[in-house]
Design a protein around this ligand. Sequence first.
Ligand SMILES: Nc1ncnc2c1ncn2[C@@H]1O[C@H](COP(=O)(O)OP(=O)(O)OP(=O)(O)O)[C@@H](O)[C@H]1O
Ligand SMILES: [Mg+2]
Length: 269
Amino acid sequence: MTHAHQLAAEGVTLAYGDRTVVEQLDLALAPGRITVIVGANGCGKSTLLRALARLLPPKAGRVMLDGTSLQHQPSRQIARTLGLLPQRPVAPEGIAVSDLVGRGRHPHQRMLARWSPQDYEAVAEALAVTGITDLADRSVDELSGGQQQRVWIAMALAQETDILLLDEPTTFLDVAHQIEVLDLLTDLNRDRGTTIVMVLHDLNLAARYADELVAVLNGRVHAIGSPEEVITEVLVKEVFGLDSRVIGDPLTGKPLVLPSGRHHVRAGA
Ligand SMILES: Nc1ncnc2c1ncn2[C@@H]1O[C@H](COP(=O)(O)OP(=O)(O)OP(=O)(O)O)[C@@H](O)[C@H]1O
Ligand SMILES: [Mg+2]
């Protein structure tokens, strides 16, 4: 198990120019646990994740890593502790898969130093667990959306940080690969104690994989707690404006959201 680092937003206000997206938000992320953030499009999830990774400086408040503001810590040290998979990462043109995944090792390498055996091992393992070893020499540009997404996940894994922030890691993935990636992140969490913080849109997968669920509404934490506490018909209506039924998932016992919609509902249901 790794040492569990503490990441927390304290009174954080985030804005783009004059437009405030997140206001005075407090959120302590549970070390060594899996936290899933859910919320409607545009409510500020990606903005929050970027701030937690120091890519967006807060207008007010601060993000604390182990009791010190991120703004006062060296970038390299932060990059060794904390990795971010953005919602729409951009690959350098023409870069090969193994080179992109290898960039995850930069925080561990000294200037001009050669690649260490640990670097090669970390990249090979990241390629293997994401099932893309066969794609190692291909150009990232040429891959399908789901293949590219797995390359980005491999890069985040190769960084071997104690905290992983992932913005919709399952986008573009087919259903089997979604489960595989979420299982993989769960393995990382259980085996290495990696703190996982991710945004997911699928409420049922969120309920299944989260230890702690955070529902965001208009840039504020609307609800936080276990999936059972957070995922209710009332919350789904408040946060998404959606009528639904919430039942017990027959496989896991976790909440399972059945959206109503205007069609396809049996009379009397
Ligand atoms: N670079 C930017 N410049 C200006 N406004 C931005 C920028 N990025 C996001 N916003 C605005 O901030 C708000 C929150 O955006 P954000 O990307 O955090 O939402 P989100 O919750 O991640 O949504 P989604 O589920 O669609 O990914 C939106 O109103 C968006 O238009
Ligand atoms: Mg987003």
